[in-house]
Every structure is written in structure tokens, then in C-alpha cells.
Write a protein that binds this ligand. Sequence first.
Ligand code: HEC
Length: 121
Amino acid sequence: MLRKLSVGAIFALAPPLVLFASIHPLLADESAVAKGERTYENYCATCHGEQLISNSAGLTFDPRRLRADEHARFVNSVQNGKNKMPPWKGMLDDIQIEQLWAYIQASISSLTHPTGATPTR
Ligand code: HEC
């Protein structure tokens, strides 16, 4: 019974935590970052490069160029697409998009980014 309750509590808390993490990128929790990385590798890496490292000589946008205050732009572009980027609405839900944001923000901070590569602006 107690176990059931605490699992329910985690689900109830998850969306606000994800939102909170998007406002405070450095507080992004590890599992959201890890899930975002997996989603990125599945859906985004073909165009944006493995582990966010561009493989296309700058032909595609480096998502790390988005600043922390451009969250709304990120969500809009990912949901609706932009020019040659396909829209992801219907493929990815809000939580997955927040996890992608957490992954990208964590990579900007270089804390979890293996190369420590700094994006060019
Ligand atoms: C088919 C190739 C392709 C895939 C797959 C792709 N993108 Fe893109 N993406 C692009 C291109 C091309 C642009 C540049 C659009 C432009 O500005 O003309 C872009 C731009 C962006 C931008 C910047 C948008 C802006 O506001 O300027 C973001 C953020 C982004 N992509 C995130 C993602 C994420 C997250 C995924 C995975 C869910 C993804 N992309 C998958 C091709 C792709």
C-alpha cells in the first residue's frame, strides 16, 4: 500500500519537476537529461549530430546555440518544425520535449558533455 502511494506521488510530481528543471537548467535532474539524450539520439542526431556535435559543417542549427531564455522558441520549433526541420508534434510528447531541453541545457553547461565542446555563436 505504502509502495503504491509513493509511486503515485512520483507521477504526480514529475511534470512540475520537469518544468522546474527547464527554468533552472543547472538543477535538471539526471534522469530527465539521460532520457532526453536517448530521445535526441533516436530522433535528432541524424541531422544535428551524435551527442550534439554537428556533422554537417554548420548546415543544421546547433541546438546548443539556444540560450536558456529561449525555451519557448525551442518548444515551438521542435513541435512545429522550421524550414527543412520536420515538425515533431504527435511524435514527441511535452515531457519528451522537456527532457530534450534538459539534455541540451546540460550539454551547454559542459558538465555532462564528454567533449566539453563549446558551441559557436
Ligand atoms: C531531417 C533533419 C532534422 C532532424 C531529424 C531534426 N532537425 Fe532540428 N533542424 C534541422 C534544420 C535543417 C534546422 C535549421 C532550420 C532553419 O533555421 O532553417 C533545424 C533547426 C533546429 C532548431 C533551431 C530552431 C530555431 O528556432 O531556430 C532546434 C532547436 C532543433 N532543430 C531541434 C531539433 C530536435 C530537438 C530534433 C529531434 C527531435 C531535431 N531538431 C531533429 C533539421 C533537423
